[in-house]
Design a binder for this molecule. Structure first.
Ligand SMILES: [Zn+2]
Length: 289
């Protein structure tokens, strides 16, 4: 954990305070709260090289012998793909070219191909998953760099990816400029700071609805829909944040609208989760098989 984040990745303020400290599988994980904008981010955190090594080690542990995703994993991904489709179709009429970043086994791309008739493309760094997705006829690349020449896309999706990236604003701005059509859509899903445990070593950011919206706006997007919900895991607890956004036209100056009271909101959210989990365990966490 050798990289200290000295300035807030959203508002660049250098004023922050510790928000959460814990041991995550033998590793100390510290999250800080920006005193200016209310963003929660990990610091110190893994450097780029450490992070690559971490993913490689996890990858070996999880997919020894080049095995693909297991049945349970696929059930979760299928349920999530259905829920993301239901969200998207309420706002988006047509998708012709769809890029999914962190596409895993490709089930979201498949779902959108079946329903919207879109042409799929995926980015997936994990080799076993990449091969699995390719077997269903989806072109999948290991990184965005390999995709040059195939842009623009009219839908770019990222489910449970943004919180892993060291510079969410820069990454999203780059997507908007180089990969997304001017009238295109960005579909995002991330854990909700006010319900999800979230503070894992690989989660460099823990977003609230407000800080996710601000991150999108800073990257030049206009948010069309943003929902906190539990699908497909819960009908009563908002574990996740899902957003649809488009490139802002014309581009406008970013206005900071700080998140306030993050610590108390987190405490109340987790308390609510504990109570509802005890009262309605089957609605609080749905097993997917
Ligand atoms: Zn900040």
């Amino acid at each position: 954990m050798s990289e200290t984040v000295t300035h807030c990745p959203l508002c660049h303020s250098d004023r922050s305070r510790p928000f959460d400290r814990r041991d995550f599988r033998g590793q100390a994980v510290v999250n800080r709260l920006c005193r200016n904008c209310g963003l929660v981010y990990q610091s110190p955190r893994m450097t780029g090289a450490e992070s690559a090594e971490f993913y490689a080690a996890e990858y070996r542990k999880m997919y020894q012998g080049g095995e693909g995703p297991n049945v349970k994993d696929l059930a979760v991904q299928r349920a999530r793909a259905n829920s993301l489709y239901e969200f998207t179709r309420r706002h988006v009429g047509r998708v012709t070219r769809h890029l999914d970043i962190g596409c895993s086994s490709g089930l979201l791309l498949q779902k959108f191909r079946e329903t919207f008739g879109s042409q799929p493309a995926g980015i997936e760094p994990g080799e076993a998953y990449r091969e699995y997705a390719r077997a269903s006829g989806i072109p999948v690349h290991a990184s965005l760099d390999e995709l040059k020449g195939e842009a623009p896309f009219d839908l770019v999706s990222m489910a449970h990816v943004l919180e892993h990236l060291p510079d969410p604003v820069g990454y999203l701005a780059n997507l908007r400029e180089k990969f997304l059509a001017p009238e295109g859509w960005l579909l995002l899903e991330a854990p909700n700071l006010y319900c999800h445990d979230s503070f894992e070593v690989a989660h460099l950011f823990s977003f609230s609805a407000r800080t996710l919206r601000q991150t999108l706006e800073k990257a030049g997007f206009q948010v069309a829909a943003l929902e906190s919900h539990g699908r497909p895991r819960s009908t009563i607890l908002p574990y996740y944040l899902t957003a649809l956004a488009r490139p802002a036209q014309p581009q406008r100056e970013f206005v900071l609208r700080p998140e306030r009271g993050a610590a108390i909101k987190r405490r109340l959210g987790l308390l609510r989760r504990r109570v509802l989990s005890r009262l309605f365990p089957k609605k609080a966490w749905i097993e997917l098989t």
